[in-house]
Design a protein around this ligand. Structure first.
Ligand code: SF4
Length: 504
């Protein structure tokens, strides 16, 4: 009988979470690199270049790929001939101790994003515990563990449907993916669970995302069953939607489609779909009683050596920019921002709007400034700020009209598209919305030269910071007339790809 010791389990979980915070899976990097080589839309190609450059920098610097270091999700397959030596800890407790040590590691502090009392006070647990843990009991004398850290932006775009048995799964996926916008930071993967019950389909979808990227091999050898046929059909048709990297339009929206299925009731066809983002993070290992897991460190040669071509970008001085200059920017333009900007995301927006309602003055003057939707990772060593990529902008849409009207802000910087309310407010105030690449957080943080908290310090990573940036790369996503690149570009690329008719 194999005995698994407490310290081996805790250390293995902690090491795995540190490892995946800065090493993308090599198969994922290779697939993004191949997509970058194929891409014909320059804006999408630039976004993928940033994701690849960021990934290499994180592998070298051992800092997180994305500022959202995720909710920990763990699949544990326990061999029936295993005995646990965990002292007075439960298996859940031991795994969560590993999570705690990983997220509080002073050499590479990870952002704690988990809140208890989700429908109430939403208080941060401060150490990213607890993990979401799925157990199964299997034959054998080993413990097989897959550790993943899932970003909130992509998890929020998960979809589920109880289809009629005669309904088309392909039609449902193709109808649903465009409704997910770009907040899941494509290019990535779609995990699809088919069958079982509602909760089983969701679990299958999540588990399928732990498998390696292998769609090109599957296409080369040809499908051997219905699930493989579906994977290929969906891979081709989802990419034919033209959504592209970060929703900017282009040839690659998904680098793979993963599917797991399970027998289901004669009356049912449950389907769940969960996207995995540009910050795909997971690793697999086994414990056999001989000590903690040894994770194979990838070689830096596995990453392409790309450099960001700034020659086609306009340089913008945020301290002197004028409304006339802003009005000249076109959707899809790339800009390099230098100067002073402020940060603010969900909690800061809520508080600002509450203060306006009470007639109170903000502690910071935002007139003529830009606000960046970000919640950075804490800095380590000599860093000015930890990884600081953009968060999903649509969550700020409901505050945008009030904030623009009350502050005189010139614009906002965030991730992915704006919704109708956000776009209407931007047009109304002749403001602008700029997009940074989700999943390029460490790269963005290197453009931040100074950082200090100027308001709402009690909100932690959600406080308002003043950043001084130099050559921070962004794209114009909504111009002063309310034209959104996320509405126009996918239609253009869908038409160019020409496999799916474009509807208005
Ligand atoms: S890449 Fe995008 S969806 Fe993924 S964790 Fe980062 S911000 Fe969230």
């Amino acid at each position: 009988m194999t005995v698994i010791k407490k310290d081996d389990l805790i250390q293995s979980v902690a090491d795995a979470l540190q490892f995946i915070s800065y090493y993308h899976p090599v198969d994922f990097i290779q697939a993004i690199h191949a997509a970058w080589e194929r891409e014909e839309n320059q804006a999408a190609k630039d976004a993928m270049a940033q994701i690849l450059i960021n990934s290499r920098m994180c592998a070298e610097g051992h800092r997180p790929i994305c500022q959202d270091t995720g909710i920990v999700t763990i699949f544990v397959k326990v061999g029936m001939n295993v005995r646990w030596d965990l002292g007075d800890l439960s298996l859940d407790d031991a795994i969560n101790e590993g999570v705690r040590r990983a997220y509080l590691n002073p050499d590479n502090v990870l952002r704690a994003s988990i809140l208890r009392d989700p429908a109430g006070k939403r208080q941060n647990t401060k150490d990213n515990t607890p993990a979401v843990i799925h157990y199964s009991i299997v034959p054998g004398d080993k413990v097989d563990i897959t550790v993943a850290a899932k970003g909130g932006g992509s998890e929020n775009k998960s979809k589920m449907a109880m289809l009629n048995p005669s309904d088309s799964i392909v039609d449902w996926v193709l109808k649903t993916v465009p409704t997910m916008g770009a907040g899941w930071c494509p290019p990535g993967m779609l995990g699809i669970g088919i069958g079982g019950t509602a909760e089983k389909a969701a679990l299958l979808a999540k588990e399928s995302l732990m498998d390696p990227v292998d769609i090109q091999e599957l296409i080369a050898r040809g499908p051997q069953n219905r699930v493989e046929e579906l994977r290929i059909e969906l891979y081709e048709k989802v990419n034919a939607l033209g959504i592209g990297a970060q929703g900017l339009g282009g040839l690659t929206t998904v680098i793979d489609i993963k599917i797991k299925d399970y027998p289901t009731h004669a009356a049912s066809l449950p389907v769940a779909m969960i996207p995995n983002c540009a910050a795909t993070r997971h690793v697999h290992f086994e414990l056999d009683g001989s000590g903690p897991a040894e994770l194979e460190v990838p070689k830096l040669e596995d990453w392409p050596k790309l450099t960001f071509d700034a020659s086609k970008s306009k340089r913008v001085n945020l301290d002197t920019v004028t409304p006339e200059e802003i009005a000249s920017w076109q959707p899809g333009d790339t800009l390099l921002l230098s100067g002073t900007m402020y940060t603010g995301r969900d909690a800061a927006h809520k508080r600002m709007v509450d203060m306006f309602a009470k007639g109170e003055k903000l502690p910071v003057d935002l007139r003529g400034k830009f606000i960046y939707y970000v919640g950075p990772v804490d800095p380590v060593r000599d860093e000015v700020v930890g990884p600081a990529g953009p968060t999903t902008a649509t969550r700020m849409d409901k505050f945008t009209e009030t904030v623009l009207a009350e502050t005189g802000l010139y614009g906002m910087i965030g991730k992915s598209e704006r919704g109708p309310a956000g776009i209407a407010a931007i047009k109304n105030h002749k403001a602008v919305y700029l997009m940074a690449v989700g999943g390029a957080a460490y790269l963005v943080s290197k453009a931040i030269r100074k950082s200090r908290v100027v308001a709402f310090e009690d909100l932690g990573m959600e406080a308002i910071y003043e950043f001084v940036v130099e050559d921070m790369p962004v794209s114009v996503a909504v111009d002063v007339n309310g034209t959104s690149v996320h509405n126009t570009a996918p239609k253009i690329w869908q038409a160019k790809i020409g496999k799916i008719p474009v509807t208005a």
